[in-house]
Ligand binder design. Structure first.
Ligand SMILES: [Zn+2]
Ligand SMILES: [Zn+2]
Length: 317
C-alpha cells in the first residue's frame, strides 16, 4: 500500500501531459481542463510552501493508529492537526479568485469577501473540511448566504495538501510498525482510512482493485465481490466504456452506487487523481443516465466537532 509520490515538478509535468491529452481527446472538456490546471498549480504552490515551512503533520503514535483503525474510525476524524493558517489563507483567497474567473463568478467572490471580513473563521472552516464535516460547512454557508457546494469545494482544495501530507507520513513510512501495517491492511471499509471520504475511483492492477481517495491520496483495497458503499454482494462489472478500453464501471444493484475503475500498471500519483476523475467524465454521464449515483459523503459521527462556535453554525464568527 505505501507509495511514494514523484517530486512535485515531475508530477506537474505528468499532469500537464495528461491535460494536453484530455484536451486533444475530448475538446468538450477544454474549459474544465483550463480551470483545473489553474487550481492544481496553485495547490502545488501551497504544497511547496508547506515543504519550505516548519509545519509538520502530527506524529500519531503507532498504538493510536491501531486503536483508531481497529475501531473503524478514519484517522483524521480522531487525530487533530494544527493548521498553518498563515500559509493556507493566501491559498484560499487565490483559489476563490481562480474559481471566480473560471465560471463561479460572484458566488466565489462572495466567499472570498466573507472570509476577508472575518465573518467566517478560516481555521474552523478548514478544520471542518479536513475532518469532512460537510453538514457544518453547509450550515455555515447557508447562515452566511454563501453557495454551500462552492464553500465546500474551495475549503477542500485549500486543505487538501495538509490531508495529503498527513496521509503520506502515515502510509509511506519506511519503518512502519508491523501492527500499524496489519491494521492498515485489515481496513475493509469503502471509505478512506485516512479521511473517511468515498473513493474517487478504483485502480485495477492484475485483477485487484485499489480504491483511491482524491482528497488525501490514500489507497486501500476493495473487498472482493462487495459494494464499497453498502457491502452488498450484488456488485456488477460493466463492459469497458466504448473508446476507453481501460475504463470500466462497477455498480451496485442494491444501493445504485457506482465506481469508475481504471486499468493501471502503477499507482496513479495523487496529483493525477482529480485529473483522471475529470478525464473519465463521460462515464459519470453514462452512469447518471442509468440513475446510478456517487453516494453523498458519510457524515463523521457525532461528537467530532472539535471547534467551538455558534450553535448550528460552528464555522461562522
Ligand atoms: Zn482520504
Ligand atoms: Zn451498494
Amino acid at each position: 500500500m505505501p507509495r511514494k509520490d514523484l517530486n512535485l515538478e515531475d508530477s506537474l509535468q505528468r499532469a500537464e501531459a495528461r491535460w494536453c491529452q484530455i484536451e486533444a481527446d475530448t475538446p468538450e472538456l477544454a474549459a474544465a481542463v483550463t480551470l483545473q490546471r489553474s487550481l492544481v498549480r496553485r495547490i502545488a504552490g501551497l504544497t511547496e510552501a508547506l515543504e519550505q515551512s516548519n509545519w509538520t503533520p502530527p506524529d500519531v503514535e503507532a498504538t493510536a493508529i491501531v486503536t483508531t483503525l481497529s475501531s473503524s474510525r478514519a484517522l483524521l476524524h480522531e487525530h487533530r492537526v494544527d493548521l498553518p493558517i498563515e500559509i493556507l489563507e493566501p491559498g484560499l483567497h487565490d483559489l476563490c479568485n481562480i474559481l471566480a474567473n473560471g465560471g463561479a463568478g460572484d458566488a466565489a467572490r462572495h466567499v472570498d469577501h466573507v472570509i476577508q471580513e472575518q465573518r467566517l473563521s478560516t481555521t474552523s472552516l478548514l478544520n471542518a473540511s479536513l475532518t469532512r464535516r460537510q453538514n457544518d460547512i453547509r450550515t455555515g454557508a447557508i447562515h452566511l448566504g454563501l453557495a454551500p457546494d462552492l464553500l465546500w469545494l474551495v475549503a477542500e482544495l485549500t486543505v487538501g495538501p495538509i490531508a495529503h501530507e498527513f496521509q503520506r507520513v502515515i502510509l509511506t513510512n519506511d519503518g512502519m510498525d508491523s501492527k500499524v501495517c496489519k491494521a492498515i491492511n485489515a481496513w475493509d471499509h469503502g471509505t478512506c482510512l485516512i479521511c473517511g471520504s468515498w473513493p474517487a475511483l478504483g485502480e485495477c492492477r492484475e485483477g485487484d482493485i485499489t480504491l483511491r481517495c482524491s482528497f488525501c491520496g490514500a489507497g486501500w483495497k476493495l473487498q472482493e465481490h462487495a459494494c464499497p458503499y453498502c457491502f452488498s454482494p450484488e456488485i456488477q462489472h460493466e463492459l469497458p466504456t466504448p473508446g476507453q478500453p481501460s475504463l470500466q464501471l462497477l455498480f451496485c444493484e442494491a444501493c445504485r452506487g457506482y465506481l469508475k475503475v481504471v486499468e493501471v500498471n502503477e499507482a496513479i500519483p495523487s496529483i493525477l487523481l482529480p485529473i483522471e476523475d475529470l478525464a473519465t467524465t463521460a462515464s459519470d454521464v453514462r452512469a447518471m443516465e442509468r440513475n446510478l449515483v456517487r453516494p453523498p459523503l458519510p457524515e463523521a459521527p457525532l461528537g467530532e466537532s472539535n471547534d467551538a462556535g455558534c450553535a448550528g453554525s460552528p464555522i461562522t464568527n
